[in-house]
Design a protein around this ligand. Sequence first.
Ligand code: FAD
Length: 424
Amino acid sequence: MARVVVLGAGLGGVIAAYNIRKEVPKQDEVIVINENSFYQFVPSNPWVLVGWREREDILVDLAKPMKKRHVQLIVGAAKKVDPDAKSVLMSDGTSVPYDYLVIATGPELAFDDIEGLGPESGFTQSVCHIDHAQSGRAAFEALCEDPGPAIVGAVQGASCFGPAYETAMIIETELRKRKIRDRVPMTFVTSEPYIGHLGLDGVGDTKGLLESEMRDRHIKWITNARVKKVEATRMLVEELNEDGTVKTEHDLPMKFSMMLPAFRGVAAVRDIEGLVNPKGFIITDQHQRNPKYPEIFGIGVCIAIPPVGKTPVPVGVPKTGFMIESMGNAVAENIGALRKGREATHEATWNAICIADFGDGGVAFIAQPQIPPRNVNWSVSGGWVHTAKVAFEKYFLRKVRTGHAETFYENVALGLLKTHKIKH
Ligand code: FAD
């Protein structure tokens, strides 16, 4: 008998746990450790920010589906992974030993990199967590009561840009609905070298599509931006030249701001020699396996991926649902193989699909593989994207609730490619 522990029940952890249960012998224990008793559908957080969703709409209580899949759920925070002892030390002083560990903790949000950034001790809102989106909603309502300039974007070192564009467009749509858009000048501030880069050097014509959306909606933008400091009523931003020198300094007035922060590895794994890189991201090989501790696997936002190329302001590569799902499935197959006395040979496919909602339209893209040059490099905009995202949310939440989420993104990607007659 073996014990497989999955640390983190976000997108990657839930998919991995459901699938590992199918792959390993019945007598093996599969345990999930998660800080919260619920799964949150992170992509819906921008809708919570503007009041289009309530908290309970996008959460799934994990107790029932985990029980149904014969997975034990431990609700609590891991304090430190001890790879030499093959054990996870919990914050309450207990420890959870393992034979195999799958780390799927997502990121720690590095708000403290920049003075004044973040919802807790700073002046910018966040959509990275349901709690942030909820407190951000109060700030958004305050903006609507007393309109003024709004700044949305992603700071230096960020790797997640899609939600920044979505939040800007969703806010813009809601302001128009409330007939106060004319009183809210909007600026998009981003570390990307150009609009639509997305940490991926663009996908299809995301540059043209997203610039066009911004122009249509009168959202100004600053690229190659390095946020120096945020205060209650202003953001200080340096715009850099190609060679990294400062081109312009901006002193931007603001009444509301939502900025995606940089990510780093969580404290439970940080500074463990051989397990993580200097930023605390899990080092994995092509089988999602850590070379120094081969019984440890990493999936999702918590793993180390090099950037696509040098940019004046550092930007990271996003880790999106399709590739995370594929990593979770590869890990499950690899642990299953090891349990049957075989080698771990399965690899994730590392493709990206994005359905970016803009409130009353949107942009969808598929990148196969995620890093260019690609075999499929397709992007499109249209009113149907908003409807597709709503369907996407409902379908995925139902999958998690019923304990079947393993090939969700793959099915959606294949469906989109087929509908649009894209060869792949
Ligand atoms: P997470 O979902 O962050 O899950 C990590 C889990 O680990 C959490 O439950 C956390 O509580 C738990 N955890 C962390 N530390 C500990 C600890 N010490 N002890 C116990 N538990 C712990 N991708 C797409 O493909 N499409 C989208 O539309 C999309 N929208 C996004 C919107 C937003 C606002 C953001 C931030 C990202 C979006 N992404 C999207 C990117 C990515 O798919 C998500 O970030 C996804 O949630 C990442 O999954 P994950 O499993 O790696 O991490």
